[in-house]
Design a protein around this ligand. Structure first.
Ligand code: GSH
Length: 227
């Protein structure tokens, strides 16, 4: 085990970023304390630990704080033994990091833009998001997981693609990720759900989540004029 202090995760139940950290800790079998943050009234601890971004997730360990989910995942992988997340080979590691950034910086912003776009821009935005999903799917190809034969770092990161897109699209009625267009990604999602028991534990409860997404979507719609 790395260090003596029990790890503590500051998160929010609905956040894919804190859920991915929770998933990594559980895959590694790391005992940790979970602290739910109220983002409408950020705690002094959150502001102290993440003064730059003031965002969750934050991992506290041995008197130190680690922020930014992708950085936290690497810290977890390097600190605790057990299920290895990143590949051993330096080129493969670089590749996994590249795709993680692709998901967070390119794919997910394009997906959210599609979900929030006004009608006249929707088809164009949707086509862009499709293209990026196709690109991600081509990285999975005939592998069981992005990590190869077992779940790895990129699967943990891509969990946002697996479950958030499907939940949001069911609320906003814009069909992006489906069996017909993305059979390989959909098979991977099925595999995650059925073969990795902790996946279910790290998903927000479905009914509560759908209500939350609907409220967020309506608020965004109102702020954005008529979508
Ligand atoms: N790039 C960050 C994103 C984290 C993030 O966006 N967290 C949101 C919740 S999902 C947050 O704390 N928002 C609070 C704010 O923006 O004030 C990561 O990967 O950790």
């Amino acid at each position: 085990m790395g260090g003596e202090e029990k790890a503590k995760l500051l998160g929010v139940w609905s956040s894919p970023y804190s859920r991915r950290v929770e998933l990594a800790l559980k895959l590694k079998g790391v005992p940790f304390e979970y602290v739910e943050e109220d983002l409408s009234q950020k705690s002094a601890l959150l502001l102290k630990c993440n003064p730059v971004h003031k965002k969750i997730p934050v991992l506290l360990h041995n008197g130190k704080s680690i922020v930014e989910s992708l950085v936290i995942l690497e810290y977890i992988d390097e600190t605790w033994k057990g299920h290895s997340l990143l590949p051993q080979d330096p080129y493969e590691r670089a590749n996994a990091r590249f795709w993680a950034k692709f998901i967070d910086d390119k794919l997910m912003p394009s997906v959210w833009k599609t979900f929030l776009s006004k009608e006249k821009e929707r088809d164009k935005n949707k086509e862009e998001a499709y293209e990026l999903l196709r690109t991600l799917e081509s990285e999975l190809k005939d592998k069981k997981y992005f990590g190869g034969d077992d779940i790895g770092y990129l699967d943990v990161v891509a969990n946002v693609v697996a479950f958030w897109i499907q939940r949001v699209q069911s609320v906003v009625a814009i069909d992006l990720l489906n069996q017909v267009c993305f059979p390989i990604l959909c098979k991977w999602i099925e595999r995650l759900y059925h073969e990795i028991p902790v996946i279910k534990e790290c998903l927000p409860p479905k009914d509560k989540h759908l209500v939350y997404i609907k409220a967020r979507y309506e608020a965004a719609t109102a702020a954005n004029g008529n979508l």
